[in-house]
Design a protein around this ligand. Structure first.
Ligand SMILES: [Zn+2]
Length: 302
């Protein structure tokens, strides 16, 4: 049995899982944006999950935004969580619970989770994008996370997608795909249609009422995603595309536009079209599944 956690800017999510992907209820706690607050919430959630776990916990997996040193299990200087700079999270977990920690980038964990138990189950090669506060990416080759030179994998969200009247990216540049496709970009699209919202989830009542502006904003979002995927297809030509993260649950309202754009841009290159673009069946589980899979693979290798 493993305890798998997903630490984001505002929340810590976790569940117990086993090597077959069975899992308990997903618990969510909010995180104070301090180092002490983060330590407290980690301890609290691990204690709760250990109590509810039906077997002995062998390892803990943590999916989180980086950058961090994966081997040393230390945060470097996370862009969106500066308070965690230098945090030796591996030592902290070892001291508190006498358990080993496996650390992984949250989007890469989500990619592995999606091909293991999620919407792309059984796929051997895939690209998974996590669409939320940021735009994360994970690439799977031969069923494993592709880490590339610095162990961090590709950072597809920083591919240039054209300048627009939008904000600077977290990386310091303008025009990154992330700034066209993150939560703020989608909220800006809604606002253009006089829908001033705090979270994309608030759009659901408007969708149910077939609000024209809501539908148009989501189509525009799908158009942008199609442009982005065109860039990825000419590089990778990978056939299975997954989307996860909070925005992916709106996929059925924007993916048809994504396909239209892809097929238009690649009309003379149909061999570059993906075979499927699948929204996660359980975006809250993607990274947790991925961590359980990573732990199982690591334990098999030991
Ligand atoms: Zn960027």
């Amino acid at each position: 049995m493993y305890i798998c956690l997903d630490l984001g800017g505002t929340h810590l999510r976790g569940a117990w899982l086993d090597e077959q992907g069975r899992h308990g209820r997903v618990l969510v706690l909010s995180r104070k944006k301090t180092l002490e607050g983060t330590k407290e919430v980690l301890s609290e959630l691990i204690i709760k999950l250990k109590k509810s776990c039906p077997g002995q916990v062998k390892k803990i997996g943590l999916a989180t935004a980086g950058p961090f040193d994966r081997q040393k299990k230390v945060y470097l200087s996370p862009t969106n969580m500066p308070e965690l700079s230098g945090f030796k999270v591996g030592s902290f977990i070892q001291e508190q619970f006498a358990l080993d920690l496996i650390l992984e980038n949250d989007a890469q964990a989500a990619a592995l989770g999606e091909v293991w138990q999620g919407g792309l189950k059984g796929e051997n090669q895939a690209i998974v994008l996590t669409l939320g506060t940021g735009v994360g990416s994970g690439v799977i080759f031969d069923g494993r996370i592709w880490r590339a030179a610095h162990d961090t994998g590709p950072e597809l969200g920083h591919i240039y997608l054209g300048e627009g009247p939008i904000e600077r990216c977290g990386c310091g540049q303008f025009g990154c795909a992330e700034t066209w496709l993150n939560k703020k970009a989608l909220l800006d699209l809604f606002a253009r249609h006089d829908l001033v919202l705090n979270d994309p989830k608030e759009i659901w009542p408007y969708i149910r009422n077939e609000h024209t502006g809501a539908i148009k904003a989501l189509q525009e979002y799908g158009h942008r995603l199609g442009l982005f995927l065109t860039q990825l297809m000419v590089i990778f030509n990978i056939k299975a595309i997954g989307i996860s993260g909070g925005i992916s649950s709106l996929g059925s309202y924007f993916l048809s536009e994504t396909w239209t754009m892809l097929k238009l841009r690649l009309q003379k290159r149909p061999w570059l079209w993906p075979e499927k673009i699948v929204a996660s069946v359980a975006p809250q589980m993607s990274a947790l599944w991925g961590m359980a899979r990573l732990i199982a693979l690591a334990m098999r290798a030991d």
